[in-house]
Design a protein around this ligand. Structure first.
Ligand SMILES: Nc1ncnc2c1ncn2[C@@H]1O[C@H](COP(=O)(O)OP(=O)(O)OP(=O)(O)O)[C@@H](O)[C@H]1O
Ligand SMILES: [Mg+2]
Length: 614
């Protein structure tokens, strides 16, 4: 791993500095390589008896004899003539046991570790191993001497908390290798556990970790080796949030976005999704949010119990966080770091959820860098490649089949925070053109405290056709149609509500008024969900179906009220009863009593004729 002792000698020097962009020129004949990681050694501190600093940077563009690199740390004090180390390695992460529960910055610096060594603030230019190099892991070989393996094949496992962490042949290994030696026991991540020999007779020592360049999808080499097959997502990711699962499902291994104006509830919704979704592992990328929010993420998340009943949430979570005070380049990298970790656990056959908050900050970082490179700008000064960059990150989500037949998935959900809530801006538009589920938050709903403030008339999911078969098998063939019908009711209710705003209640017929009340009822008791109630916060799919059926019953009933006041009173009372039902624990006597009372109240309401066979 990276430590001052195994870095090569400096082979280049600084020739220009502009904010966090530097220009370097070689001093020897080591070629400059695009996307290579370099370290700048500012001349000052060491000479003054201080610690030698290594400022990490990434080469963005090679132009003739010089190259421009973005520096991931403050460049203050960096001068022309400062020495530069070329690593020849792309921006990479360490993949191995010990990632779970970790809190890293965008370059995989372990924040807790750094705080322990250097106090709360991350000093500039220190090199810290991302993973604990002392801790021992119990390694159980799965391969034996003589086995012929390929990249991605499992050589053994170590327990990482409650997960089985598969140790795999490095993804970059070309062709087949033969296992020479493999040993069982307790090892630190840097010890050799196996030796393999490739087709040319060259041996490779394998430890518990491998490095991987973050900008390259892990499956890329594995697909061509036949080790990984990409599949279409065909199951919903059950989030236990009614509005999502019923109306705007996101496929497991799919991609969704949550755009919304300032303060509309993007972060809260994302953390609900990460807490309750049916996934094994969660990667949280907090890129460039306010520092306070990041601290909240770090301090609150760890202590929360995992709703699955096992341990805490943090046991299955990796947090990548950058505050807006960190240099933009580190922010830009953080999303790739997060995705790569997600792909790594997917490669072990896990269901992984990656949430990125917010991708707007990431795009802004890209814009700043692009501006400094004086690239030709696109809309609103974002780089012309914004669209392809957005696609590039979301498309790393997906379902894969591994060589042993098991499946893994990486679902990706990003928030977008468009200035002024204007969804026409480039980042939202690029995201909408990429993702297949869109949960648009509205300021109006947030203002009314209708949470989650997802606007049901604005949002969509394109996963319905892909998931139809799953719904048919797990609910029934009519589910999609019924959901569609309820979206129709919301639409009609909205039209009538708008009309009433102009004409007042007197301006609409009693029938229209009742339709509007039904739509409001559906909104109040089904779309809205109380994140702060222990029971209501999470509604399993079966419970959603049950409540949906009752809402549907109300929606279809042909009520006949004497006047609008009677209608309103009825729906107000019903809404109150239904909310209590939502708060009542599954399987409790209370719930079954409330259900009986609710159904009786519906039956007792006056109606035109008894609907047949309900
Ligand atoms: N589901 C919810 N239930 C109750 N309150 C909520 C819910 N969602 C959001 N809120 C309230 O709205 C506030 C802002 O939410 P949140 O921080 O998620 O907004 P945001 O869209 O992420 O804002 P920003 O644009 O600043 O990042 C929360 O602190 C909370 O008070
Ligand atoms: Mg937020």
């Amino acid at each position: 791993m990276t430590s001052p002792s195994n870095l090569p000698e400096p082979t280049a020097e600084i020739v220009a500095v502009q904010d966090d962009l530097v220009t370097i020129a070689p001093t020897g004949d080591t070629p400059l390589v695009k996307n290579e990681v370099i370290y700048i050694i500012p001349h000052g501190p060491e000479r003054e008896g201080g610690r030698r600093e290594y400022l990490k940077a990434e080469v963005l563009r090679v132009r003739g004899p010089a190259a421009e690199a973005q520096v991931f740390e403050s460049t203050s004090g960096v001068r022309i003539g400062d020495k530069v180390i070329q690593t020849g390695e792309m921006l990479s992460v360490a993949l191995g046991p010990g990632l779970l529960s970790g809190v890293f910055d965008g370059l995989q610096n372990p924040l807790a570790e750094i705080a322990a060594q250097h106090g709360f603030f991350l000093p500039r230019g220190v090199l810290v191993n991302p993973l604990d190099t002392v801790r021992k892991w119990a390694f159980t070989p799965k391969a034996k001497a003589g086995d012929i393996l390929k990249a991605g094949d499992v050589i053994g496992t170590v327990p990482e908390g409650r997960f089985e962490h598969r140790i795999m042949v490095p993804f970059a290994m070309p062709g087949e290798v033969t296992v020479d030696r493999i040993r069982e026991g307790s090892f630190s991540i840097e010890e050799v556990v196996a030796t393999v020999r490739d087709g040319r007779g060259q041996t490779h020592d394998l430890g518990l970790i491998q490095r991987w360049p973050v900008r390259r999808p892990i499956p890329e080499p594995l697909v061509s080796l036949g080790q990984v097959e990409r599949l279409y997502p065909s199951e919903p990711l059950i989030t236990t949030i009614r509005l999502i699962d019923t109306f705007f499902p996101i496929a497991r291994g799919g991609m969704g976005c949550i755009p919304g104006p300032f303060g509309a509830g993007k972060t809260v919704l994302q953390s609900l999704i990460s807490r309750f979704s049916a996934v094994d592992i969660v990667i949280v990328v907090a890129c460039g949010e306010r520092a306070g929010e990041v601290v909240e993420t770090i301090t609150e998340f760890p202590s929360q119990p995992d709703p699955s009943g096992q341990g805490t949430l943090m046991d299955r979570t990796v947090i990548i966080c950058n505050t807006s005070s960190m240099p933009v380049a580190a922010r830009e990298a953080s999303i790739y770091t997060g995705i790569t970790l997600g792909e790594y656990y997917r490669q072990m056959g896990y269901d992984v959820l990656l949430i990125a908050d917010s991708t707007s900050r990431w795009a802004q970082a890209m814009r700043e860098t692009s501006g400094r490179l004086e690239e030709i700008p696109g809309e609103e000064a974002f780089p012309a490649y914004l669209d392809s960059a957005v696609k590039g990150i979301y498309e790393r989500a997906g379902v894969i089949r591994l060589a042993d037949g098991s499946l893994g998935s990486l679902t990706m959900i990003g928030t977008v925070s468009p200035a002024g809530g204007n969804f026409e801006e480039p980042v939202t538009q690029a995201t909408l053109g990429t993702v297949k589920a869109f949960l648009g938050l509205s300021y109006d709903r947030a203002y009314k405290r209708f949470y989650p403030a997802v606007d049901p008339l604005l949002s969509w999911s394109r996963y319905h056709p892909q998931l139809a078969e799953w719904y048919r098998d797990h609910i029934d063939a009519g589910w999609a149609g019924r959901v569609e019908e309820m979206v129709g009711l919301l639409r009609r209710g909205d039209e009538i509500a708008r009309m009433m705003q102009v004409t007042g209640e007197e301006g609409v017929s009693i029938d229209d008024f009742v339709t509007q009340q039904k739509a409001l009822f559906l909104d109040m008791v089904y779309l809205q969900q109380d994140a702060f109630d222990d029971v209501d916060a999470s509604a399993p799919l079966k419970r959603q179906q049950e409540t949906f059926d009752i809402v549907m019953l109300v929606a279809k009933r042909d009520f006949e009220f004497g006047d609008k006041t009677a209608a309103r009173d009825f729906f107000t009372r019903l809404t109150g009863m239904f909310k209590n039902l939502n708060y009542a624990a599954e399987g409790s006597q209370e719930r079954s009593d409330l259900r009986t009372q609710l159904l009786a109240a519906i039956d007792a309401a006056p109606q035109r004729y008894q609907a047949a066979a309900e």
